[in-house]
Write a protein that binds this ligand. Structure first.
Ligand code: PLP
Length: 404
C-alpha cells in the first residue's frame, strides 16, 4: 500500500518570528535534540587522512553552535533569498575590528555618522587612524552633506541610525543611493555599513534598503538579557562575506560556543521583546514630554523629533531607547541616585530597564568639546526602557524626578 501523500508544501517564505526561531536551528542529527547543543570543543577528530567531517577541523575556523547562530543572523538581516552571510564575534567592537580590517586599508577615507557610538569613535580615531586610514565625522542625517564629503579616496560610509544617544535618524535608502552614484563618479566602490544595534532587524533591515553590510553588538537587543557580550557582521554580497570569514579565521576574534548558544536563544524571543520595548518606549517618551522638569526628550517616535518622518518610513517601530535632558549635572546626580527599577549602568537592550549618563559613562572617551557638538550635554540621561510593567517604570521615574 502506498503511503498517503503529505499535504502539498507551500513555498511562501517564513515570517520573521518563524525565522527567529527556526533559521539555522535544525534538530541535532544524532540525538534529535531540539536545541542546538553547545559544542564545547576546540577541535574535531578526522574521519581519515585528509578527511575532516563536514568541514569541521578546528573551532576558531568553524564551530557548529556558532554556525547555527550565524545562519540565524544571516536569515534575520538578509531575508529569505539566502545570499546574505553572517559572522559572529567576541564583541561588537571585535565585529567592527574585523569589518575594518577586511574592507579598508592605508590611504582609504571613511565617512562616519558624527554621533556614532563612543567606542566606534575611539577605535576609528585612536587606533585605525594610526594605520593610515582617514575618517571624517559627518551629519549623515543629510544626504547632501554626505555627498559633499566624498573624496576620491572614500571607500566606506559607516552609518549608525538611530544614533546613540541623541537618536538621530539617517535615511539609509538615500545614503545607499549617494554611495552608488558617488562611487561611479570616483570610479571606486563605496560600501555602506550600518550599525543596526539599536533598531535590530525586527524594526529595520538595512540590506533590503540597499546597504552592503550590517554590524551588531549582539550584547544589546539580539541577546537581550544582559548576560553575554558579542557582535556580528552580516553582508549582502557573498564575496564580502567570504572576506569577513577569512579575516575572522585569520584574526580570531570569534564568539565562544556558550555565548553563541545564549545569543541564538535570545533571538528566538526577539519579536515579542521588541514589541514590548516599543510599547513601553512610546509610553515613557510621551510621559517624559509632560514633565516640567524634563527640558527635552529625544525619541524618534515623537512627532517633534527631527527624524520622525524618516524613522516612520524606514523602521517598523521606534523601540525603547530614549534620551532626555534634565539641565544641570546636579539634577542628573539626584535623579540617578534615586532610581530603583531602572538599574544605573552602561549598556542597553536587556529585558531590564537600564539608565545612564552618556557624558560621564558611555561617551566619556569623546573629547568634551566634541561631546557638546554632538548634543551630549551634562544634563542628558539615556534610558533603555525594559519590558517590566509600564506602571512600575513610570512610578520609578516619577519618584526620581521628585528628588530633582
Ligand atoms: C555597545 C555598542 C557597540 C559595541 O559593542 P560591544 O559589544 O560593547 O563591543 C557598538 N555599537 C553600538 C551602537 C553599541 O551600542
Amino acid at each position: 500500500m502506498e503511503t498517503p501523500a503529505k499535504a502539498p508544501v507551500k513555498s511562501k517564505p517564513p515570517g520573521f518570528a518563524t525565522t527567529c526561531i527556526h533559521a539555522g536551528q535544525e534538530p541535532e542529527p544524532v540525538t534529535g535534540a531540539v536545541t542546538v547543543p553547545i559544542f564545547q570543543t576546540s577541535t574535531f577528530v578526522q574521519e581519515g587522512f585528509g578527511k575532516p567531517r563536514q568541514g569541521y577541523e578546528y573551532a576558531r575556523t568553524k564551530n557548529p553552535t556558532r554556525l547555527a547562530l550565524e545562519k540565524q543572523l544571516a536569515a534575520l538581516e538578509g531575508g529569505a533569498d539566502g545570499s546574505a552571510t553572517a559572522h559572529a564575534f567576541a564583541s561588537g567592537m571585535a565585529a567592527e575590528t574585523t569589518l575594518m580590517l577586511s574592507f579598508v586599508k592605508a590611504g582609504d577615507h571613511v565617512l562616519v555618522s558624527r554621533n556614532t557610538y563612543g567606542g566606534t569613535y575611539r577605535f576609528f580615531s585612536k587606533i585605525l587612524a594610526n594605520f593610515g586610514v582617514t575618517f571624517a565625522y559627518v551629519d549623515t542625517t543629510d544626504a547632501r552633506t554626505v555627498r559633499k564629503a566624498v573624496t576620491p579616496a572614500t571607500r566606506m560610509l559607516f552609518v549608525e541610525t538611530p544614533t546613540n544617544p541623541t537618536m538621530e535618524i539617517s535615511d539609509l535608502k538615500a545614503l545607499a543611493g549617494v554611495a552608488l552614484s558617488e562611487g561611479k563618479r570616483i570610479g571606486a566602490r563605496i560600501r555602506v555599513v550600518v550599525d543596526n544595534t539599536f533598531a535590530t532587524p525586527y524594526f529595520q533591515k538595512p540590506l533590503a534598503l540597499g546597504c552592503d553590510a550590517v554590524v551588531h553588538s549582539t550584547t544589546k537587543y539580539l541577546n537581550g538579557h544582559s548576560d553575554s557580550v558579542g557582535g556580528a557582521v552580516i553582508c549582502a554580497d557573498p564575496e564580502d562575506g567570504a572576506k569577513i570569514g577569512f579575516t575572522q579565521n585569520a584574526a580570531g576574534a570569534i564568539l565562544s560556543p556558550f555565548d553563541s548558544f545564549l545569543v541564538s536563544r535570545g533571538i528566538k524571543t526577539l519579536p515579542v521583546r521588541m514589541r514590548a520595548h516599543d510599547a513601553n518606549g512610546r509610553a515613557v517618551a510621551a510621559w517624559l514630554t509632560r514633565q516640567p522638569k524634563v527640558k527635552k526628550v529625544f525619541y524618534p517616535g515623537l512627532s517633534s523629533h527631527p527624524g520622525h518622518a524618516v524613522a516612520a518610513r524606514q523602521m517598523s517601530g521606534f523601540g525603547g531607547m530614549i534620551s532626555f535632558d534634565l539641565g544641570l549635572i546636579e539634577a542628573v546626580k539626584r535623579f540617578l541616585n534615586r532610581v530603583v527599577v531602572c538599574a544605573l549602568g552602561e549598556s542597553l537592550g536587556g529585558v531590564e530597564s537600564l539608565i545612564s549618563h552618556p557624558a560621564s559613562m558611555t561617551h566619556a572617551s569623546v573629547e568634551p568639546e566634541e561631546r557638546l557638538r554632538r548634543g551630549i550635554t551634562p544634563g542628558l540621561v539615556r534610558v533603555s526602557v525594559g519590558i517590566e510593567d509600564l506602571e512600575d517604570i513610570l512610578q520609578d521615574l516619577e519618584n526620581a524626578l521628585d528628588a530633582v
